[in-house]
Design a protein around this ligand. Structure first.
Ligand code: ADP
Length: 247
């Protein structure tokens, strides 16, 4: 069995009086791609955000690369330690509008990691090359399509050499043809061995690229299975109902 890279345990989160995560357990092994599927409002995004402290969970633990963190009570220093080992790709790219493509990718390396500019630029150019954006290093985000912006965001995530990359519905703002190019970059990243946890509505990606699928509904994990098994032999009525609606 491959080494465990990430384990979430007992993750709970309420907004006001409403509990939207009811104690989630989820494991990702090194080099594994796990897709989180489920109907809208089931808590997928909130789970991902809690795992990176973009939201503060009410309870739960995170084990990441051998270290353990209390999701509810982690200190600033622990939050920074988790952020250093992880990267997050957002639905809406979240690029700096006033910086070039190259500047977007080098920013985290130079500012947060104190890397010399020349070294940061070398890494950034290599990552941009890998997502097919090597020739747009001097462009500004506004000059790019949504798909190109998202590929820059993926390069930015890769550049920090994270233990795991979280993707939060990375293609849901994109037209179909732009979705294909972003999914292509994600597939190559997966083939290169990156550990990835991906909230997605792209069934093709979940089926063909993900190793395992975790299905959430109503703030709970309802099913988890290797992706071939999940799609071909769903053993759960709610999964079957979901697959009929998307399928
Ligand atoms: P999914 O990603 O599966 O669509 P979300 O994690 O976005 O689900 O949302 C889960 C539930 O939490 C939904 O009912 C949503 O309305 C609620 N929710 C998410 N974020 C907030 C917030 N910041 N404040 C209040 N409710 C929220």
């Amino acid at each position: 069995m491959a080494q465990e890279m990430l384990a979430l345990e007992g993750v709970r989160k309420s907004f006001g009086d409403v509990e939207v995560l009811h104690g989630i357990d989820l494991t990702v092994h090194r080099g594994e791609v796990v897709a989180i599927l489920g109907p809208s409002g089931s808590g997928k995004t909130t789970l991902l955000r809690c795992a990176n402290f973009l939201e503060r969970a009410d309870a739960g633990t995170l084990a990441l690369g051998g270290e353990r963190f209390d999701l509810a009570h982690a200190t600033k220093r622990e939050v920074a330690a988790v952020r250093k080992k992880t990267a997050f790709v957002f639905q809406n790219y979240n690029l700096f509008r006033n910086r070039t493509v190259l500047g977007n990718v080098t920013e985290g390396l130079i500012v947060a990691r104190k890397m010399p500019r020349a070294q940061a630029e070398k890494i950034a150019r290599d990552c941009l090359e890998r997502v097919g954006m090597g020739d747009r290093a001097d462009a500004y985000p506004i000059q790019l399509s949504g798909g190109q912006q998202q590929r820059v965001a993926i390069a930015r995530a890769m550049a920090t050499d994270p233990e795991i990359i979280y993707f939060d519905e990375p293609t849901s703002a994109l037209d179909p043809e732009l979705t294909i190019e972003v999914l292509g970059s994600m597939r190559r990243l997966a083939e290169d061995g990156m550990t990835m946890l991906v909230v997605t509505h792209e069934m093709g990606f979940a089926r063909n690229v993900a190793d395992r699928v975790v299905f959430m509904e109503g703030g709970s994990v309802v099913a988890a299975a290797p992706s071939a098994e999940f799609f071909e032999h769903p053993d759960n009525d709610r999964v079957r109902a979901f697959l009929r609606t998307v399928g």
